[in-house]
Design a protein around this ligand. Structure first.
Ligand code: THU
Length: 135
């Protein structure tokens, strides 16, 4: 799948965002090792701490459907029509780490199919703790 196509899907996922409290809508499109794509959006709650980020929504959906290895995620966020670079929060970086190889997992962050930055998860979460860590 091309980066632009994954970003396009993240933009589509963002339309499902439920963010009445922050008014900051986020969408994510998660690419599996098997080339499947799972979408996610942020889902907020009147009890703010119960909110789930778009990235984790996508990961938890995918894992619950039997997918356990991912190679890329596209993320887009912003308030209304004003999008900005919605870098994933620390908790989401750690959750992505659980199900990917940090040096190979690609994280695309952007505002449109023509405006995005690409990182590896290792760049965003260096020296990480993961399931393979044995001390
Ligand atoms: N949010 C995400 O969906 N992903 C992130 O990585 C950072 C923050 C959401 C959570 C909340 O609904 C809104 O953005 C404002 O923090």
């Amino acid at each position: 799948m091309k980066d632009k196509d994954l970003m396009r899907l993240a933009l589509a996922a963002r339309r499902m965002s439920y963010a009445p409290y922050s008014d900051y809508q986020v969408g994510a499109a998660l690419l599996g090792e098997d080339e499947s794509v799972t979408l996610g959006c942020n889902v907020e709650n009147a009890s703010y701490g119960a909110t789930c980020c778009a990235e984790r929504t996508a990961v938890f959906k995918a894992v619950s459907e039997g997918k356990k290895r991912f190679t890329a995620i596209a993320i887009t966020g912003g308030s209304g029509e004003r999008l900005n670079m919605a870098y994933p929060c620390g908790v989401c970086r750690q959750v992505l780490r659980e199900f990917s190889e940090p040096s190979e997992m690609r994280v695309l962050v952007g505002t449109s199919v023509d405006d995005f930055e690409a990182y590896t998860l290792e760049e965003l979460l260096p020296k990480s703790f993961g399931p393979d860590f044995k001390g």
